[in-house]
Design a protein. Structure first.
Lengths: 382, 93, 282
């Protein structure tokens, strides 16, 4: 009997929902290394993926994991890994390679208290900037932030789709709280799930150059073993894929890698707005903290304060245009996150007219409570 | 003509008319050559020699000094790091 | 009178296997990488393996540039991670012949961990490690295979560290085919590569190459041709010996040969067998 995804309604762990989402999206290769709090993803995949003809391999370290992902993706197989802060730090060089080679892959970072070994079993949201700037140089990636077990399932599928469409590594910035939560998850039948696959070359091998972009600035991807004789290198390269160590080639290539994401922002960015239209105070949040923020906003409304919630679903690229637009009509922003102000900085950068931005921060380990966000809403100035 | 040598064997094989002997012809791409001299040094028949002329990169490419000694073994083609040598075999009349 | 025939209309026998438009390659005069690469391409040609079934993965360094010159699917990855990349590629497409072409620093220093684990798993890969005893691309610094007392730019007083015996390392980690040749043994190297390509499991071939720019000159070995003469005088072929005994000493003997040829189920074989036994349908 052919293996099927677990269609139905479940009471499921966030990590497990993420893993099942990957399988539903077509992931057939997982190379990882156990690390709390993402180990459950690896365990679920190790058990389920062979039933679908996929492979789970536990590599010797995270660096090998990310590189094996890129290798498998070059062989045409959708691939994923799951890690936490310390592992992500090891992977950033590999992520840079995936950006340069333009190889789709998905990396799940179930954030925990940081820096260094930090709080392995407790929540954190401090890897936000690292997901954007972790690797060296200028580049763009996509990062999504689920706030529930259902979103762990849905956003994993979205991550694969975005990654295939734009040939870019996509990070899922989950956190330990959502990863280790058990909630209702509704899994639809496979046929109802929308899957996007990478564009294949439309020309025969003799006419094919690996890095000639289509109208979305994304080149169709040829995989190994099909006679296209691609050459892919991490060095700056021209459209044939051959190394071209000149400023001119670099400008052309890296500019396109950046524009690939920046110019397609409308398609990529997703956010949730609750009671924003008449709001005077907007709370910006993501992940598990957004749930406390929603409660705080509702309580504030009961007390007559016109509060609204702006929940980031796509963290990178950051929705700066929307933040700027909202900032024109409101009194202040309140940014709640379990870190020292990584998204607060982005909001400060994007907002217009010097609208005050109040931060509600914790450094890790404990969740931010609705009361604490309420205090932020009450507060006059930063 | 001697019929036998000192060991008592015929000097010339009896079927010398039927055997095809091949000789090698060495083609050299002088512009690709980087003057490592591996081919000259390790040719089993010591058939190649350095040319006096320089190529445009300033190296002395080889030339075939003793073409009649070349057996077409192809070692120069295998040992050349630059893809600059092609060896073909032709029949000796 | 000169008897040189020029090559304008002649087609090199390997022409369909390398990217001619990128010649001349960047390697120095006398570098053995060209020979290692041609031996590999001859092996592919003689086995009549279709080009689209071969993938070459390389790391960073002079040896890593091989990927750019072969006319096959080739991947020039980050420093030291070629073996991890090749693992992922092979598992995604098990029908491909995946060959890792890299240098001593890339495979044994930064990539050491990946080397021993891939060998331990008996992953179906062929690794050709070109050993020139230093880090050539960056100008000639010492590495894990630099002999004791050798002079390099970062060991101006002589190397204080012992080098690896790479065949021993690969074998004790679990490789099932281990060989070492110098580039002078171009014929034997080609035969070993042919054998490795047809085998399952982890195949490791160390190729000793001259590096006149990075290693030969500072250590007064002379030009590349002098180093090749040295290989000719001092290399001994010992097939089948224990790799531990395979000496490779500075100004001493160079023991070459096919040291190990064993049979052990490879990663893919075990993977498929266990899943089948447990009733997991593919």
């Amino acid at each position: 009997m052919k293996a099927k995804i677990l269609t139905g309604t479940h009471y499921m762990l966030g990590d497990h929902a993420c893993a099942e989402g990957a399988i539903a999206a077509g992931c057939r290769f997982f190379a990882g290394y156990p690390i709390t709090p993402s180990t459950e993803i690896a365990e679920w995949i190790a058990r389920r993926i062979p039933l679908f003809g996929g492979i789970y391999i536990q590599m010797e370290d995270e660096i090998a994991s990310i590189t094996a992902l890129i290798g498998a993706s070059c062989g045409g197989v959708k691939s994923m890994t799951a890690t936490s802060g310390p592992g992500y730090s090891l992977m950033v060089e590999g992520i840079g390679l995936a950006v340069m080679l333009e190889v789709p892959c998905v990396i799940v970072n179930v954030q925990r208290g940081a820096p260094s070994t930090g709080l392995p079993t407790l929540v954190g949201q401090g890897d936000v900037m690292q997901a954007r700037w972790g690797s060296h140089g200028d580049y763009e990636i996509i990062a999504l932030s689920p706030n529930s077990c259902q979103e762990m399932f849905d956003l994993t599928i979205k991550a694969f789709n975005l990654s295939e469409k734009y040939r870019v590594p996509v990070t899922i910035l989950a956190d330990e709280a959502v990863g280790h939560l058990r909630e209702k998850v509704v899994i639809p039948p496979q046929e109802e799930i929308k899957i996007i696959n990478r564009e294949k070359p439309k020309v025969p091998p003799e006419e094919y150059w690996p890095y000639v972009p289509n109208e979305n600035l994304v080149p169709p991807m040829a995989i190994a073993g099909e006679g296209y004789y691609v050459h892919m290198t991490g060095l700056t390269h021209d459209e044939r894929g051959y190394p071209d160590i000149t400023g001119e080639a670099h400008e052309k290539l890296v500019r396109r890698l950046i524009d690939k994401i920046q110019k397609n922002k409308k398609d990529i960015i997703e956010y949730e707005e609750i009671m924003i239209d008449d709001a005077e105070i907007v709370v910006v949040s993501f992940g598990i903290t957004a749930r406390a923020a929603l409660r705080a906003v509702k309580e504030a409304r009961k007390k007559g304060i016109k509060a609204g919630l702006f929940r980031l679903i796509t963290i990178w690229p950051f929705p700066e245009e929307r933040i700027a637009e909202i900032s024109k009509k409101i009194e202040k922003f309140v940014v709640a996150e379990i870190n020292q102000g990584q998204i607060r900085r982005e909001v400060e950068r994007a907002r217009l007219n010097g609208v005050p931005v109040i931060g509600v921060h914790k450094l890790g380990g404990d969740l931010i409570t609705p009361d604490e966000i309420m205090e932020g809403i009450w507060k006059k100035q930063n | 003509m001697e019929k036998t040598n000192s060991k008592g064997f015929w000097r010339k094989p009896l079927d010398i008319d039927k055997i095809e002997r091949k000789r090698g012809i060495v083609y050299i791409d002088e512009e690709l050559c980087k003057g490592c001299t591996f081919c000259i040094e390790f040719c089993p028949g010591q058939v190649l020699e350095k040319k006096d002329k320089l190529n445009s990169k300033g190296y002395h490419p080889p030339y075939v000094k003793y073409p009649e000694k070349c057996t077409g073994c192809g070692f120069c083609e295998r040992i050349c790091p630059e893809f600059a040598i092609v060896v073909e075999k032709e029949l000796v009349k | 009178m000169e008897e040189t025939k020029l090559m304008e209309k002649k087609v090199h026998p390997l022409e369909e296997y390398f990217r001619k438009e990128r010649l001349p390659h960047i390697w120095c005069s006398g570098c053995g990488l060209g020979i290692a690469m041609t031996s590999f391409l001859y092996a592919i040609k003689e086995l009549e393996i279709p080009k689209e079934k071969v993938a070459v993965v390389s790391g960073i360094g002079c040896s890593g540039r091989v990927a750019g010159y072969v006319k096959m699917d080739s991947y020039h990855t980050t420093h030291g991670r070629a073996i991890a990349f090749a693992t992922g590629l092979k598992l995604a497409k098990p029908d491909l012949y995946v060959v890792v072409f890299s240098g001593d620093g890339d495979i044994a220093a930064i990539g050491g961990n990946h080397l021993i684990h891939a060998a331990r798993r008996n992953m179906d890969l062929t690794v050709i490690c070109v050993n020139n005893f230093n880090y050539g691309m960056t100008g000639g610094q010492f590495g894990p295979t630099t002999p004791l007392e050798a002079i390099t730019t970062t060991t101006p007083y002589g190397n204080f560290e012992y080098p690896f015996n790479l065949p021993h390392l690969a074998y004790s980690s679990g490789a099932t085919f281990v060989a070492r040749w110098t580039v002078l043994h171009a014929y034997q190297l080609r035969q070993s590569i042919k054998k490795a390509l047809l085998r399952k499991g982890f195949n490791f071939i160390e190729v000793i190459s001259p590096c006149p720019t990075g290693f030969g000159r500072p250590n007064k070995i002379g030009e590349a041709i002098d180093e090749m003469r040295y290989y000719k005088e001092n290399s001994i072929i010992r097939n089948g010996i224990d790799p531990k005994e395979a000496e490779l000493s500075f100004r001493g003997k160079i023991v070459v040969g096919e040291f190990v040829e064993e049979e052990r189920p490879s990663f893919l074989e075990i993977y498929q067998k266990f899943l089948k036994e447990k009733g997991v349908e593919k």
